[in-house]
Design a binder for this molecule. Structure first.
Ligand code: PEP
Ligand code: MG
Length: 533
């Protein structure tokens, strides 16, 4: 028996057989199989195959993975990568495989040398996409991944976003990796499936088929346990399962605190699939519909009609429960290539979210009209992202009024009393919460961004992840200030950042006076239990 431990984990318990991630693709630096033109043709087919694979994976993916896949597509079409490969084949006489490998390495080295964390991270996209092109060039059948027996514990050095798209997460019991952090892509996706993950585990002492006890409550991995240890773990597992069953039974009941306050537990969604999962999981409504993921699905902007259909579907699925639709929150780490925006030095402090919407009414107005039209089918709320000034709220409200007038002129139905709220996710919004609460119908605390702006700690940078802590007293104080302002103006305040899904944070949030929480679908039931405890 061997016990390994880590401090990096996504919570949960699982017992299963170790299954090392198999990718049956060995990339050799083969000699050209034909003329440079024929090598270019092979390359073109490989690109088509990768494009197709990414498209198929994106169609099935949840919001976080879709975002990653869209970055891969962007990288696949990158002219620097294309030109580099083409030059090596046509002028250098290299095989398509060797050209992809070398051009990829050169581009990775270039990104690595850039003094910009965001751009440096694109190195991983290059590595991943080149791996996919090389795999396609080997023309193997299938995707090179073995089927996963139900309940397996997937063991891997690292799970790259492209792996994640091809792995059937629903058959996994847990994931164990040497590399990665809790903000890594694999962890984000695993969390949305409710799968425990241990990261930072040395893999040398694990073999394929070993029995693994994954304790992602205390960060330990037991390899080939003795009888007593396995029996103890089984008891723990049974207790946790009973807790899960109890939670599911309670998921559809309204959560009430011990002192009798009703707390709505909404869900975060980025797609219609997420809305469905939320309703199946007992959500009291959608607290945050990240509309930008609808925009990121296509290479061009979605029409008003397409948006209307999507918002209406969400409203109908929710069947009378409220749907809070956040207007486009693009920028920061969420790119929308079709907008053709220039690269920025500090994208999180740049041209993003409401700033883009107000500057580009030709994008904002169709979205507002689509949301308004959906409100004729059930309760809808409009949520404005990244507000920093009163003027932004006023300008947005004025555009919303213009859209209402346009619909009135055409006799198109909508909810004339539709609530318009704001994300409180900047220090400015917290400090001005008393003023803003007089002009907003509700607040939604975006603690993901708020934490990074208050603590000056990039939410995507693992090097300072210890500092990026939503339980930092400064963040808790910001929550209290916001909740107090909301209470004094008589408007509701929700928390829709990941903090709301943190078991440790639920009570402090409620003590601050927050009225509702919005969390990923797999944690709705558990969140309702914590509220009631
Ligand atoms: C937040 O910032 O907390 C939030 C919910 O928005 P996003 O994570 O989409 O930036
Ligand atoms: Mg945000």
């Amino acid at each position: 028996m061997t016990i390994l431990s880590t401090r990096t984990y996504v919570k949960g318990l699982a017992k299963g057989k170790a299954l090392f991630l198999q990718k049956g693709c060995v990339h050799s630096q083969e000699a050209p199989q034909g003329s440079p033109e024929e090598e270019m043709e092979r390359l073109g087919k490989a690109f088509d195959r990768v494009r197709n694979d990414i498209g198929e994976a994106a169609a099935k993916a949840g919001e976080s993975l879709r975002e990653i896949l869209s970055a891969h597509l962007e990288m696949l079409e990158d002219p620097m990568l294309h030109d580099g490969i083409q030059d090596k084949i046509l002028s250098g006489g290299q095989s398509a495989m060797q050209a992809v490998k070398e051009a990829g390495e050169e581009l990775q080295a270039m990104f690595d040398a850039i003094d910009d964390e965001y751009l440096r991270a694109r190195k991983d996209d290059v590595r991943d996409i080149c791996g996919q092109i090389l795999s396609a060039l080997t023309e193997k059948d299938g995707n090179g991944y073995s089927p996963i027996p139900q309940g397996s514990v997937l063991v891997a050095e690292e799970i790259l976003p492209s792996d994640a798209g091809k792995i059937d997460f629903s058959s996994l019991g847990a994931i164990v990796t040497r590399l990665g952090s809790i903000t890594s892509h694999a962890a984000i996706i695993a969390r949305s499936y409710g799968i425990p993950v241990l990261m930072g585990i040395p893999l040398e002492r694990i073999n394929d088929g070993d029995l693994l006890l994954v304790n992602a409550l205390d960060g330990t991995l037991t390899v080939n346990p003795d009888e007593n240890t396995e029996a103890e773990f089984d008891k723990l597992l049974a207790k946790e399962m009973a807790r899960g069953a109890e939670a599911s039974a309670r998921a559809f009941k309204t959560a009430v605190t011990r002192d009798g306050k009703t707390i709505m537990v909404y869900a975060n969604a980025g797609s219609i699939g997420d809305v469905r999962k939320a309703m199946e999981g007992g959500a009291d409504g959608i607290g945050l519909f990240r509309s930008e993921f609808l925009f990121m699905q296509d290479e061009s902007l979605p029409s008003e009609e397409k948006q209307f259909e999507a918002y209406k579907d969400a409203v109908l699925i929710c069947n009378g429960k409220p749907v809070t639709i956040r207007t486009l929150d693009i920028g920061g780490d969420k790119a929308l290539p079709c907008l053709g925006l220039p690269r920025e030095e500090n994208p999180f402090l740049g041209f993003r979210a409401i700033r883009i919407s107000l500057a580009r009414p030709e994008i904002f107005k169709p979205q507002v009209r689509a949301i308004l039209r959906a409100s004729a089918h059930g309760p809808v709320r409009i949520l404005l992202p990244m507000i920093t000034t009163l003027d932004e709220i006023r300008q947005a409200r004025s555009i919303i009024s213009q859209c209402m007038n346009e619909l009135d002129r055409k006799n198109i139905a909508y909810d004339k009393a539709i609530p318009v709220g704001i994300m409180v996710e900047t220090p400015a919004a917290v400090l001005m919460a008393d003023e803003f609460s007089k002009e907003a119908d509700f607040f939604s605390l975006g603690t993901n961004d708020l934490t990074q702006y208050i603590l000056a700690a990039d939410r995507g940078n693992n090097a300072i992840s210890e500092l990026y802590d939503h339980m930092n007293p400064a963040v808790l104080r910001a929550v209290s200030i916001t909740a107090k302002a909301a209470r004094e103006s008589g408007i509701p305040v929700c928390v829709c950042g990941e903090m709301a899904a943190d078991e440790q944070a639920v009570k402090p949030l409620l003590e601050s006076g927050v009225d509702s929480l919005s969390v990923p679908a797999p944690v709705i039931a558990k969140t309702k239990i914590i509220i009631s405890e």
